[in-house]
Design a protein around this ligand. Structure first.
Ligand SMILES: Nc1ncnc2c1ncn2[C@@H]1O[C@H](COP(=O)(O)OP(=O)(O)OP(=O)(O)O)[C@@H](O)[C@H]1O
Ligand SMILES: [Mg+2]
Length: 461
């Protein structure tokens, strides 16, 4: 099959307007669309024609969506099936997945999300049929980093450019954004890649040990120093030193480090001889180091030495487009590790993640997926097995509910009036009842405010 050939789609729904809507939408996208207004009709069409994709409603009068799914798979196991329903329970969804459905989508759905789902579903089919992709050529990957958002591409570009240089690099970003992964990537792509990548966790080593850890010590330098010992700088010679959480370094140690960077020499504790060292420094921080300098917690000269090139990493919530790729990656990894066969996350569950802020970024996403893989009993991650912390769940739920449209629809005028009323009350409150001030706070004129108050039956002010 050539990739350019039109994909064929069968839409099955006993609701005429839904069929029409999907017909228009999918034809516009360039697909070859057939329609069936009942399960029975779908059965007879499926007997005559092969489809790449079948989209079916779950609840229909005679033959339901699950039957259509089974029928489709019996005539051609390769055909992808997507189920849609306003009433699907978790049980139906689980059953659908067990029967081999690609996904189930709750109604109402977002148009562009649905288009993307169809596109991805068909892409996964073409990929399986046409080529086995080599992950090394996969544009989503760069070293062990995943993501193809413009923000991540910028990071890859920077890594490529700086890897070849000798300059010191500062990688900044919130916790879990991949600072260590990026630093390792730089090392691996640099001329120093054959030499060690030594991690110094600046927050982890006790203050009284840090000097001997970094520089080593001579026999007899202190009680317990029964032999000479090499320090981390000895080990790192010729390679890269990764200063993790560099903002945690105490001021006295900062002075010693500055000397190593400037003079490229150091002395073991209790020793006299100066040792020469050739290393590149990559530092990581989730603090605002510039602010630390202003506050007097971090030496300005050291800051400039370490921050020759700055690589800021974007938080996950600012590169939402990468979420599906990361989810897919971690699902595969965690399923393999736990010996499970979970290959997908339901659209609904992914929707929940899209609304989540991820304070712990990629690391947190990985933990969430690891837990959900452990909890999930079907072969697809359903919303029930996503355990975001309760506080956050509520936050997500609130946001979802704010713009939710149930099966009975909403009364937009009534909803808008309620919102308007809330804001007017709030503004009048803040303005201590002054209509003029309240109007200003709302960005409208006093006349408009008076009119609205009358319309909404608000007295006072
Ligand atoms: N772009 C990415 N692609 C794939 N995995 C990622 C990506 N970014 C981070 N990770 C994964 O997330 C986890 C955290 O990454 P890493 O340790 O590099 O973050 P960090 O910024 O150093 O976090 P912290 O500030 O908490 O030390 C690791 O398991 C890493 O493999
Ligand atoms: Mg880290």
């Amino acid at each position: 099959m050539s990739l350019k050939e039109k994909h064929s789609i069968l839409v099955v729904d006993d609701e005429e307007s839904m069929c029409e809507f999907l017909d228009i939408m999918l034809s516009k996208e360039g697909y070859d669309v057939d329609l069936a207004s009942s399960g029975e009709e779908a059965f007879s069409i499926l007997d005559q024609k092969r489809f790449d994709l079948v989209i079916t409603d779950i609840r229909m009068k005679d033959i339901d969506g699950i039957d259509v799914l089974k029928k489709t798979k019996s005539v051609n196991p390769e055909t992808i099936v997507i189920l849609i329903s306003a009433f699907a329970t978790a049980d139906t969804a689980v059953q659908a997945m067990k029967e081999g459905a690609y996904d189930y989508v709750p109604k109402p759905f977002d148009l562009s999300d649905f288009q993307a789902l169809v596109k991805n579903a068909l892409k996964s089919k073409s990929k399986a049929e046409v080529i086995e992709e080599d992950s090394r050529d996969n544009p989503y990957h760069f070293n062990r980093l995943i993501g193809e958002s413009p923000e991540m591409r910028k990071v890859y570009d920077l890594i490529k450019r700086v890897a070849k240089t000798k300059s010191n690099i500062l990688v900044s970003g919130e916790s879990g954004t991949g600072k260590e992964l990026v630093s390792r990537a730089i090392h691996e792509m640099s001329p120093k890649s054959k030499r060690p990548f030594v991690v110094i966790s600046c927050a982890g080593i006790p203050e009284n040990l840090i000097e001997s850890e970094l520089f080593g010590y001579k026999k007899g330098a202190f009680t317990g120093a029964v032999t000479d010992k090499e320090g981390l700088f000895d080990v790192a010679d010729g390679g890269t030193v990764f200063l993790d959480e560099v903002g945690e370094l105490s001021l006295p140690i900062q002075v010693k480090l500055l000397r190593v960077i400037q003079e490229k020499t150091f002395t073991a504790v209790g020793g006299v001889e100066e040792k020469h060292v050739d290393v590149r420094f990559i530092s990581a921080t989730n603090k605002n180091l510039e602010q630390e300098v202003i506050d007097g917690n971090f030496r300005e000269d050291l800051y400039f030495r370490l921050n020759v090139i700055h690589i800021p990493l974007p938080p996950l919530r600012r590169r939402e487009g990468d979420l599906p790729l990361l989810v897919e990656h971690f699902l595969k990894k965690c399923s393999e590790e736990q010996g499970k066969n979970i290959h997908k996350m339901s659209t609904y569950a992914l929707g929940i993640l899209h609304q989540y802020r991820f304070p712990g970024n990629v690391r947190e996403l990985e933990n969430i997926i690891e837990r959900s893989v452990a909890l999930e009993t079907s072969n697809i991650i359903l919303p029930e097995s996503l355990t975001l912390s309760h506080f956050r769940e509520r936050e997500v739920e609130k946001r979802r509910r704010r713009f939710d449209i149930g099966p009975d629809g909403i009364d937009l005028d009534k909803v808008m009036a309620a919102i308007e009323k809330e804001y007017i009350f709030k503004a009048l409150d803040l303005a201590n009842g002054s209509r003029q001030k309240a109007a200003r706070l709302l960005g409208i004129n006093t006349r408009s405010l008076r009119y609205r108050m009358e319309k909404l039956g608000i007295k006072g002010g």
